[in-house]
Each structure stands twice: as structure tokens, then as C-alpha cells.
Write a protein that binds this ligand. Structure first.
Ligand code: ADP
Length: 423
């Protein structure tokens, strides 16, 4: 089974989200945690998603990592490439979407590429270049308060133009609705105008399918997970992949269950509240972590371990925007985030050592830290739990099932639903 699509995702839950999208449309998908080191044994797959943790690191480092991933995928035989970022375009004026996309375009000699974070299934739509979250402009949504990448501008052409010197322009919804050949014609026109990035409107899945068809010959496609939904059909029509039914269920793992949540996104806070009402839960205090991280982690594990046999437990950080801001004002935004991530990664390690084999993680950065802490190298992608979040099985050791959830994803009962599905 030859590799067809090589994907680079800027965080771990974004990667699983993309892997889920491709798997649901009939591709066999493996997700790697970071760029595989030489000698890493991976099952054959038609799509490989390399999950980086490059969304909020320095732009220079994000570029270096992304290029390393791109070169690995090239060597592995990928013929088309996908750069995946968040459906809320999480970034700052320094990047990292612009600088990474610039580097990939140059590495692949790709010419024009798309920019389309739309994911209608979860309410992310783009109209005249403006990104909406549900019925709110991105800049009016809770994303304006994100701890690491506060999004205060919804105009994607403007946002991306601050991150790159290359030209950015728009393919409006009227063109998209006219079909793939109109989008292609628009791509041709923009290429002649020396535009590198075409922000493409999309308000429903059909628009993304149309966009996918228009991207059949594009070397590099960039977008959220949604913009990938049309690509498998291109490969099928080209005879590169067979027609397949739904994703096969994962092998059962059983074992104890736990949830760690580092996200303060609105959806996660609702899930934390719903879980707390029925199961043991403990909130981390970042200021105490700053005092003595090891002691706090040990105390949390002492609290959690005796409870595990009776059912799943939750350890969470997060809080209201005001509470998070108060902590950030005292510790600095980066240090606060790092402390919480380090603590949750150490807690997850302790939980797995205590027999947890079904682990739900909430938060993109948090998932990256936890999976790195657990030393996981690759994941097999199973059926979807909620839009954007598949059940995953760790390839190698420890043999365990995971759900890695971007902060804003999932229904209110997500934690219990996921733990049940991972069984
Ligand atoms: P999401 O997917 O919602 O963006 P992430 O895990 O990616 O969630 O990001 C949340 C960030 O906020 C992490 O770096 C986390 O460590 C940090 N964080 C969580 N709780 C707090 C808190 N109470 N104070 C400061 N930072 C926090």
C-alpha cells in the first residue's frame, strides 16, 4: 500500500482530527508523534499524518520541524502534501502558520496553495474571508481569550498577511458555488497575479468537496481538517485507493480509565463540569505548581490512585478567562502554560504506571505534552467519538487506547462517551 498523502499538523489533536477525516473517507491512516526516527517500524498507510507540537513555539523552530517532517514524507514517497492548522486559525502575528506555509511552499516548489480552516461540522465557516465560530465572528468568539493564541481579527486575508510577505487573496463563496472548474480558474488568475495564498470561502461540506476536487493537482494544500474531506475522492478517482467501508474498530484494550484536561476552552469547561457532577475530579492550582511541581504531582497521584478501581477520575487545569489571566499575570503566559502541561504530562505518566489504559486528554498543547511524556511514537486511527475526535490505539508500548481532543471539540458528555468507546 503506497503512501499517497503526506500531512504535517501543527499540534497533536489537530493531527488526530485530520487523520479521522481521512480515515472516515476510506483512507488507511497512521499518525506519528513527531518526525519518525530512523528505524521506527510503522504499518503501511495511504496517508501519514506527522503530528508536531509547533503551533506556539518560536516561528523559526516551527519552520525547522515542519521542513524536517516534509522531507521525511517526501522520502517516504508522498505525492501530495497537506499542512494542517487549527479550524480557528490559532496563531499570532509572528506565526506560525505564515512562516511554516512559506517554508513548505518553497521546499516543495508548490506555487499557489489554499488557506481554508473551515470545518462546518463543528461550526467553523468562512464567508468573504471572515472566519466564523458558530454564529460569531472568530474575534467575538471565546477564541479572543485563548491563553496562547488570542484571535482578535476574523479576516483571514488580513491575519495571514501579517504573518507572511507573500501575497494573500480570496476565492469568494460565489466562485466556490460555481464548482471546481471555477475555483481552478480563480487559482489560475491568482497565480498570474503572483498570489501565493488563496483563502477559500466554505460554509458547508459540499463547498469543501468542491474545493478538494479543485486541489487534485496541487502539490501542497493547507487548511483545517475540513478542507481535506475532498482529497480521498481524488485518489479514488485516480485509482490510487480502493473503495472501502467505514473505519475498522480498534482492538479492545480494557483497563482503568482517566481524563486529564489542560484546556480552558468553553467546550472543555462544560465537559469538566458535566464529569465533575458524577465522578471524582481535582483542579490543579498553577501557582502551587510554580512552588513545587514534583510535590504537587505526587499529591495529585496520591489522590487519584486509590480511586481508579472504582471508576475514572479527572484532573484538570483551566478556569474562567479571568482566573487564567490572573495566573498568567503572575507567572507569565508561557511559563503558566508550560507548568500546567508539564504537570499534566507527569500525572498521565503516573496514571499509566498505576494501570490506566484508557486515557482521555483535553487540549491540543496538553495532548502534545502528555503523549510526549508517555513516549508514544505512533497511533492507529479508529472510529470517530465526536466530530474531529477519533478513538486511537497506541502502536508499540504501552498498549493503550486514547482520545486526544482539541479544547473546543466534543459534546458535554464527551469524557464518559470517550472512555466507554475506548473500552
Ligand atoms: P486548547 O485545545 O483549548 O487550545 P491547549 O491545551 O492547547 O487547549 O492550551 C491550553 C493552554 O493553557 C495550555 O498551555 C495549558 O497549560 C494552559 N493553561 C491551562 N490552564 C491554565 C491556567 N489555569 N492558567 C494558565 N494557563 C493555563
Amino acid at each position: 500500500m503506497p503512501l499517497i498523502l503526506g500531512c504535517i499538523a501543527d499540534d497533536l489533536t489537530g493531527a488526530t482530527d485530520l487523520a479521522n477525516t481521512l480515515a472516515r473517507r476510506g483512507m488507511s491512516v497512521v499518525q506519528t508523534i513527531g518526525v519518525p526516527t530512523p528505524g521506527t517500524a510503522l504499518p503501511d498507510a495511504e496517508a501519514i499524518v506527522v503530528a508536531l507540537k509547533s503551533r506556539t513555539i518560536l516561528a523559526k523552530e516551527a519552520v525547522a520541524l515542519s521542513l524536517q517532517a516534509c522531507r521525511w514524507l517526501k522520502t517516504a514517497g508522498a505525492r501530495q502534501f497537506y499542512f494542517k492548522y487549527c479550524s480557528t486559525f490559532d496563531s499570532t502575528d509572528q506565526g506560525n502558520i505564515g512562516p511554516v506555509a512559506d517554508a513548505l511552499v518553497e521546499e516543495l516548489d508548490a506555487g499557489l496553495t489554499t488557506v481554508c480552516p473551515a470545518f462546518p461540522e463543528t461550526g467553523r465557516t468562512i464567508y468573504l474571508g471572515h472566519l466564523f465560530v458558530g454564529n460569531l465572528l472568530l474575534s467575538d468568539s471565546p477564541m479572543q481569550h485563548h491563553p496562547l493564541t488570542p484571535m482578535k481579527d476574523a479576516n483571514l486575508v488580513r491575519v495571514l498577511s501579517r504573518q507572511t510577505r507573500a501575497r494573500v487573496d480570496l476565492v469568494p463563496i460565489t466562485t466556490v458555488k460555481q464548482g471546481a472548474s471555477s475555483i481552478s480558474a480563480s487559482f489560475g488568475y491568482l497565480t498570474r497575479k503572483l498570489v501565493r495564498y488563496a483563502v477559500v470561502d466554505a460554509i458547508e461540506d459540499e463547498d469543501l468537496m468542491t474545493l478538494g476536487a479543485a486541489c487534485a493537482e496541487m502539490k501542497l494544500v493547507t487548511g483545517g481538517s475540513g478542507a481535506a474531506i475532498g482529497l480521498p475522492e481524488n485518489f479514488r478517482q485516480a485509482g490510487l485507493i480502493p473503495k472501502r467501508d467505514a473505519v475498522a474498530p480498534l482492538e479492545a484494550v480494557g483497563g482503568l480509565g482517566a481524563v486529564v484536561a489542560g484546556s480552558s476552552s468553553q467546550a472543555t469547561m462544560g465537559q469538566v463540569a458535566a464529569f465533575r457532577a458524577q465522578h471524582p475530579a481535582l483542579a490543579l492550582d498553577p501557582l502551587k505548581l510554580a512552588g513545587n511541581l514534583e510535590r504537587e504531582v505526587a499529591a495529585v497521584l496520591d489522590w487519584a490512585k486509590p480511586k481508579l478501581a472504582g471508576g475514572p477520575v479527572l484532573i484538570h487545569a483551566g478556569g474562567t478567562p479571568q482566573a487564567v489571566k490572573a495566573v498568567q499575570d503572575k507567572l507569565g503566559r508561557e511559563r503558566a502554560g508550560e507548568l500546567v502541561e508539564q504537570a499534566l504530562a507527569a500525572i498521565a505518566q503516573g496514571l499509566v504506571a498505576a494501570g490506566v489504559r484508557r486515557l482521555v486528554v483535553a487540549g491540543g498543547e496538553t495532548s502534545g505534552a502528555v503523549v510526549q511524556g508517555l513516549g508514544l511514537k505512533a497511533l492507529q486511527i479508529g472510529p470517530q467519538i465526536d466530530p474531529g475526535v477519533p478513538a486511537c490505539l497506541a502502536i508499540g508500548t504501552p498498549r493503550m487506547a486514547l482520545a486526544l481532543k482539541s479544547g473546543n471539540f466534543g459534546q458535554e458528555d464527551f469524557f464518559m462517551k470517550a472512555l466507554d468507546m475506548l473500552r
